[in-house]
Design a protein around this ligand. Sequence first.
Ligand code: UFG
Length: 337
Amino acid sequence: MSKILVTGGLGFIGSHTVVELQNAGFKVIIIDNLSNATENVLNGITAITSITPEFENLDLKNKEQTKTFFKKHQDIVGVIHFAAYKAVGESVKSPLTYYENNVNSLVYVLQELNKKAVSHFIFSSSCTVYGQADSMPITELAPTKPAESPYGNTKKIGEAIIEDLTKSNANFKAIALRYFNPIGAHQSSKIGELPIGVPLNLVPYITQTAAGKREQLSVFGDNYPTPDGTCIRDYIHVVDLAKAHVIALQRLLENKNDTNFEIFNLGTGKGSSVLEVIQSFERVSNQKLNYKIVDRRDGDVVEAYANTTKANTVLGWKAKLSLDDAMLSAWKWEQTL
Ligand code: UFG
C-alpha cells in the first residue's frame, strides 16, 4: 500500500481528504501541530473508515524535527500539504507569523522531498490568487493579482516556490489546487469544520446563528453590482474537494501529468450570492435565519466563481454535490457540536 503524508490532516479539508484517501486504499500518515484542530478528529476519521491513520503531533516550522520525521518515514510516496494558517484578517495583523508558518514549513517539507529519488506533491492553494478577476468564470489562465492579504500572498509565494523546484528537479512533480469556497461536512456528521471562536466565514456563521450560538448573521453589503446586491462565490462541498485531491495524487503517481507543475481550479462552476446561500440554508433546515444587512467588509471581491473545464476534462473530476447538499451537511454537523 502506498503511504501518503497529509500535513494538516486533522483540519477541515485535511480530515475529509484523509477519509477519501483511506477509502481509495492509501495508507495515510498525518502531521498536525493541533494549532487549529483537535486530536478527536482522529476518532471521526476512524468511525467513518474503520481505519485509524498514523498521526504525529509535529510542527513543520521545526526544521530539525521535520528532517527527523522524513528520515524515519522513508516509505512516503506522496505528500498533500494542507498545514497552514488561513485567517485573512489575522494575517493582516500578524504578517510575520503567517510568512513564518506558511512559507517556512513549506520550504522545510520541500527540502526533504528534494532529497528523494522521486516525489509527488499536492499543494493547497486558493482562488484568492486571482483577486478580483477581470472576467467570470475564472480559468487557470487568468492573471494572478497582487495579494490582498499576507495570507493570500503565502499561497502565491507557495505556488512560486513549488514551481521553481519543479524546474530545478525533474523528479519532483507537483499540482497546485486552487480552491474556491469549501463548505459543508461529511455526510456521516463525524467530521466537519471546527472554527475556533467567532467564525469568520459565511457558512459556519449561518449554522451557529441557527443553533443559537450567535445572535444574528451580518450580511456584508447588498449594494454590490450583482443581481441581488450581495457578493457571489463558488461554494464547493468539502467532500467533492477532498475527492479531487485523491484524483490529483493518482495523476502524479501514475505519471499522467502533462507537466511537472500543474494548476487546477476546484469549484462547482456556479456562483451563488450570500442571499442565495441563506435561502438554501432556510430550505434544507426548514427555518428562517435571523440576519441583517450591514456595511461591506473590507477586502471582499464582488464575485469569484470557477471555470472548471480543466479540472473536468484534464483531471477527470467534477463536483457532484449541490449547495443544498452542502448546507444540509453543515447544519447536521453543527447540531452534533
Ligand atoms: N459574509 C457575510 N457575513 C459573514 C461572513 C461572510 O456576509 O458573517 C460574506 C462575505 O462578505 C462574502 C461571502 O460571505 O461575500 C463569503 O465570505 P467567506 O468569509 O465565507 O469567504 P471568502 O470568499 O471571503 O473567503 C474565502 C476563503 C479565504 C480566501 C478567500 C479568497 O475563506 O481563505 O476566499 O477570496 F482567502
